[in-house]
Write a protein that binds this ligand. Structure first.
Ligand code: GDP
Length: 193
């Protein structure tokens, strides 16, 4: 994918604030600090389109971006951050559920996981949501550069088994080495055509 432009559009909490559903949309989700912002920035070849921030609570909004004036990217707030205040945590579920159930131009969600971690209930719940709303999803396992090749293979199997997913449907990615970058783009293009 040749990136000609990538721009921030707006932040939203509720559907009234979403931009018009004019373009096919791909949303990105994952545990806080999983590498979601880094993945989006790598996909669009920008250092800082999405602010990589370890400050919890700063990113509790749904952020919309437009790529090449033809694809909408959505950065969903990360889940599972222990330091996020309880009231913010309570709002996360309804905000995401509303987005997933109401966004008519949403074509797929990219669910990002860390290769070093076994998926937990949050990931399984998220996949359940996507299945309930019949939203296609792309599974990406990131930070692969953090493990040796042997350990990558082992974790790949463990993650697939935990999700009851086919190993071939789990894309191995690294922002550092750019491994899997083309594969993620191909999967996205597949969903928006
Ligand atoms: P987010 O909270 O999910 O948006 O996570 P960030 O994108 O801010 O990433 C969290 C941390 O992981 C940052 O320090 C990133 O530099 C680091 N990171 C993200 N992706 C990778 C990767 O593929 N490899 C390595 N080694 N570090 C990564």
């Amino acid at each position: 994918m040749i990136i000609k432009s990538s721009d921030f559009v707006t932040s939203a909490v509720n559907p009234f604030q979403y931009p018009p559903p004019d373009f096919p949309e791909i949303a990105f989700a994952g545990r806080s600090n999983v590498g979601k912002s880094t993945l989006i920035n790598t996909l669009v070849n920008r250092k800082n389109l999405v602010k990589t921030s370890s400050t919890p609570g700063r990113t509790q909004l749904i952020n919309f971006f437009i790529i090449n004036e033809q694809i909408s990217f959505v950065d969903l707030p990360g889940y599972g951050y222990a330091k996020v205040p309880v009231d913010v945590k309570k709002k996360w579920g309804p905000m995401i559920e509303t987005y997933l159930s109401k966004r008519e131009n949403l074509r797929a969600v990219v669910l990002i996981m860390d290769i070093r971690r076994v998926p937990r209930q949050e990931e399984l719940n998220f996949i359940n949501w996507l299945e309930r709303f019949a939203i296609p999803f792309i599974l990406v396992v990131t930070k692969t550069d953090k493990l040796s090749k042997t350990k990558q293979i082992k974790q790949h199997t463990i993650i697939a088994d935990t999700l009851a997913a086919d190993k071939n449907n789990l894309i191995l990615f690294s922002a550092k080495t750019r491994k899997g970058l083309d594969h993620v783009w191909t999967a996205i293009q597949e969903k928006i055509k």
